[in-house]
Design a protein around this ligand. Structure first.
Ligand SMILES: [Zn+2]
Length: 108
């Protein structure tokens, strides 16, 4: 475990004290609650929605869209070739029996 620190404005000290009171009342700690909030934030925002610059869009001819599962819109895990097009599926909707050529999608 490593120690992290952050800046907290003096004029919000009363909110900080309330925060610690509430976490104590709930049987946890401020550190643990902050960790939970950070984890939830990362889960919701990763991999993010990077701003697209107009020069990049005009270079590739269209806005970049993150690939999604054909069936549900989740992040794809596998893709299979059908009639010359790679179709992407999440782990839940993937069925390799419908493709003769397929591959696992490498995540960053
Ligand atoms: Zn799916």
């Amino acid at each position: 475990m490593t120690y992290k620190s952050f800046y907290y404005p003096n004029n919000k000290e009363s909110i900080w004290k309330k925060f610690l009171e509430i976490t104590k009342r709930e049987g946890t700690t401020g550190s643990y609650k902050i960790l939970q909030l950070i984890e939830e934030y990362v889960k919701q925002h990763d991999p993010g929605n990077p701003q697209q610059r107009l020069d990049v869009i005009s270079n590739i001819g269209k806005p970049y869209m993150a690939s999604t599962c054909q069936d549900c819109g989740r992040s794809p895990v596998f893709e299979g070739l059908k009639k010359g097009v790679w179709l992407k599926y999440c782990g839940l909707h993937w069925d390799n029996r419908q493709f003769s050529v397929y591959r696992k999608i490498n995540k960053k």
